[in-house]
Design a protein around this ligand. Structure first.
Ligand code: PLP
Length: 410
C-alpha cells in the first residue's frame, strides 16, 4: 500500500507558505541589529492586545514565564496556594511553584475536561477554613488560597462566569492559562456578550511555542491584561526588574520576548483567524464523519469533544475517548496516522509531585479521562480526505473491538 502518512501535526506547510515574509523579518533584524525590544516587539504586543481585546500585552520568553510573572505581579508568592486542575501540561503547576506558591488540585468536568465549577465550590466550602484574620486556608496544605488558574484546555474556554463568581465570593485572583486557546470565546451571561480568552481574568498567559495555534519559530509567550499596574510589574519582571536601564526597582528575570520572534508572530497573527476557522471547520467535519458512521452522537464506544453553546472552541487539539486507547493508537500508527496523548498522567500522580501527597483516586474524573483520551490529527491544513481516512480507521477499530467483545461474551 502506498497511502500517504497523516501526521499528528503539520508544522512545515505553514512555514513554507510564509517563508518569504518570515525571512524578511530575520533580514530586518540582522540589518538593524534590533534583536531585543524596540518597535518590532511593541508592534506585536499592540496587535496581540487588540486581537484579545485587552488594553495590554507584554511579550515574554515562554508561556511558563507568562504564568509565573502574571501570578507574581498579582501578588501571589511564598506561603500561598493556587488552585488548578490535574489534567494540564506541567508548566501550569511549575509556574505556581516558581512563583513561590503551592499547587492545589480540583477535579474536572467529565464533558468539557475543564475545571468543574461545582467541584471548585465544594473544595472552597469543605476543604478550606478561615483563619483568625479571615484568610482562606487550605486544610490539606495549611497555605493561604490566593488564586485560581483555570486552563482553557484543548482550546475550549472554561465556564468563566461560574468560576469568576466563586473567586469574587472568596476574594481569589483568577489568572487564565490561555496557552492553548488563542482566539477562543466564551459567552458571558453576566456581561451578555462573547469574551475572548485572555480578556476575562485579572491577567492571562499565552504560549507561542511552535505547535500552539499561534506559534513562534522558537520559544515565546505573552501576558494579556487590562490592569495597568499588573502590566507595569510584569514588564519589569521580564527585564531584571527595571523600567529604566540599570535602575532595578525589584529583582526580576531574564524573561523577554526577542524581537525576531515578535516579528515572526506579527506575520503569523495576520493568518490566525483563517487558521482558527480551518481548525473549527475540521472539528465540525470530524463530528459529522463520526456521527454519520456511528449513526449516533453519543456512542458509548467513542466520546467526541463536547462544545457547550456558550463556547467557541479553537481546537488546539481534537481529543476523543475510547476504552482501549493504546490499542487504537497502535492501529492508527499501523495505518500511518499520527496521534498523541494530552496528557497520559495527571499531575497529582507525577513523580515530581510526590511531595504534595496526593494519591490515585483523589481526582477520579481526571484519572479516568487520562486513561481514555487520544488526540487525533488536527491542524489548519488537514484535508477532508485525510479526515475521512482517520474517521474510517477509528471506526473500523472501534467496531472491531465491539465484535471481539461480542464473541468473547457468547
Ligand atoms: C504550552 C503550555 C504551557 C507552557 O507554555 P511554554 O511556552 O511551553 O512555556 C502552559 N500551559 C499549557 C496548558 C500549555 O499547553
Amino acid at each position: 500500500m502506498t497511502t500517504q502518512k497523516i501526521p499528528f501535526l503539520d508544522l512545515i506547510t505553514p512555514h513554507r507558505e510564509l517563508e518569504a515574509e518570515l525571512l524578511q523579518v530575520a533580514q530586518k533584524a540582522l540589518s538593524t541589529a534590533g534583536f531585543i525590544g524596540g518597535p518590532v516587539l511593541e508592534d506585536f504586543e499592540r496587535a496581540f492586545a487588540q486581537f484579545c481585546g485587552t488594553r495590554y500585552c507584554i511579550g515574554v520568553n515562554s508561556g511558563t514565564d507568562a504564568l509565573r510573572f502574571a501570578m507574581m505581579a498579582a501578588g501571589i508568592g511564598a506561603g500561598d496556594a493556587v488552585v488548578t486542575v490535574p489534567n494540564t501540561f506541567i508548566a501550569t503547576t511549575e509556574a505556581i511553584s516558581q512563583a513561590g506558591a503551592t499547587p492545589e488540585f480540583v477535579d474536572i468536568d467529565e464533558r468539557t475536561y475543564n475545571l468543574s465549577p461545582g467541584k471548585l465550590k465544594e473544595f472552597l466550602e469543605t476543604r478550606c477554613r478561615r483563619d483568625s484574620d479571615g484568610r482562606l486556608i487550605s486544610l490539606k496544605t495549611e497555605k493561604c488560597i490566593r488564586g485560581v488558574v483555570p486552563v482553557h484546555l484543548y482550546g475550549q474556554p472554561v465556564d468563566w462566569d461560574a468560576i469568576q463568581e466563586l473567586a469574587n465570593g472568596y476574594g481569589l485572583v483568577v489568572i487564565e492559562d490561555a496557552c492553548q486557546a488563542h482566539g477562543a470565546e466564551y459567552f458571558s451571561k453576566k456581561q451578555n456578550r462573547w469574551c475572548k480568552a485572555g480578556a476575562m481574568g485579572r491577567a492571562a498567559a499565552f504560549s507561542f511555542y511552535p505547535g500552539k495555534n499561534l506559534g513562534a519559530c522558537g520559544e515565546a509567550g505573552a501576558i494579556t491584561t487590562n490592569d495597568e499596574g499588573l502590566a507595569r510589574t510584569v514588564s519589569m519582571l521580564r527585564d531584571h526588574g527595571q523600567a529604566k536601564k540599570y535602575y532595578h526597582d525589584l529583582e526580576g528575570y531574564n524573561g523577554r520576548l526577542d524581537a525576531m520572534q515578535a516579528g515572526f508572530l506579527k506575520v503569523k497573527l495576520a493568518h490566525l483567524a483563517n487558521w482558527t476557522a480551518a481548525r473549527q471547520a475540521a472539528a465540525k467535519r470530524y463530528q459529522d464523519l463520526f456521527e454519520q458512521l456511528l449513526a449516533t452522537r453519543n456512542s458509548p464506544l467513542l466520546t467526541l469533544p463536547y462544545e457547550p453553546d456558550w463556547a467557541r472552541a479553537v481546537y488546539h487539539l481534537f481529543v476523543v475517548r475510547v476504552a482501549d486507547r493504546e490499542g487504537l493508537m497502535e492501529q492508527l500508527a499501523a495505518e500511518g496516522i499520527g496521534t498523541a496523548i494530552h496528557y497520559p498522567i495527571p499531575l497529582h500522580l507525577q513523580k515530581a509531585y510526590a511531595g504534595l501527597s496526593y494519591a490515585a483516586g483523589d481526582f477520579p474524573v481526571a484519572e479516568r479521562v487520562a486513561r481514555e483520551i487520544v488526540s487525533l490529527p488536527m491542524f489548519p491544513t488537514l484535508t477532508a480526505e485525510q479526515q475521512a481516512r482517520v474517521a474510517d480507521a477509528v471506526l473500523r477499530w472501534v467496531r472491531g473491538g465491539v465484535a471481539k467483545m461480542g464473541r468473547s461474551g457468547s
